[in-house]
Write a protein that binds this ligand. Sequence first.
Ligand code: CTP
Ligand code: ZN
Length: 163
Amino acid sequence: MGEPGPGTPTLRVAKIKEGTVIDHITAGRALMVLRILGITGREGFVVSVVMNVPSKKMGRKDIVKIEGRELSPEEVNKIALVAPRATINIIRDYEVVEKHRVELPKTIRNIVRCVNPACITNAREPIEPLFYVVSEEPLRLKCHYCGRVMEQQDVFACLYEEA
Ligand code: CTP
Ligand code: ZN
């Protein structure tokens, strides 16, 4: 292979043998994606995070590669909260064997906490948070317990705080 020409994307992280590649993540949000998936790095999987790389379709994007673990669509769909254009690629023996666009679920459990301090989910013996997606663009979530509507900035603040 020769030198990459101008505009040729250079491979920043090697192809993986088995696992999951989350591609087309909105630039700068890879860490929120990991937070939503509950991946801390302490699980022992090899995880590669690439941020703000050039993309033909998106200008810039983030990519997360998780080796040795196949994430199910149900697990991954929650990341549509912060990365609505993400694609999930399942890799086996270096080949992409499945590709899905993420789809935002109708309900969100246990990912963000209600901003209402008086909500029962913030009580001393908390109940697991549960929200309904009332709007995708802009993102709005409604608390099942107190009815408070969380705006996109409330949701993101919550994810940054706990990242
Ligand atoms: N990938 C990887 N390891 C492999 C195969 C693919 O890390 N063994 C990564 C690629 O680098 C890419 C993503 O998985 O980030 C999807 O791969 P592929 O479908 O081959 O790329 P594109 O055709 O560019 O994907 P799309 O059509 O979704 O843009
Ligand atoms: Zn509430």
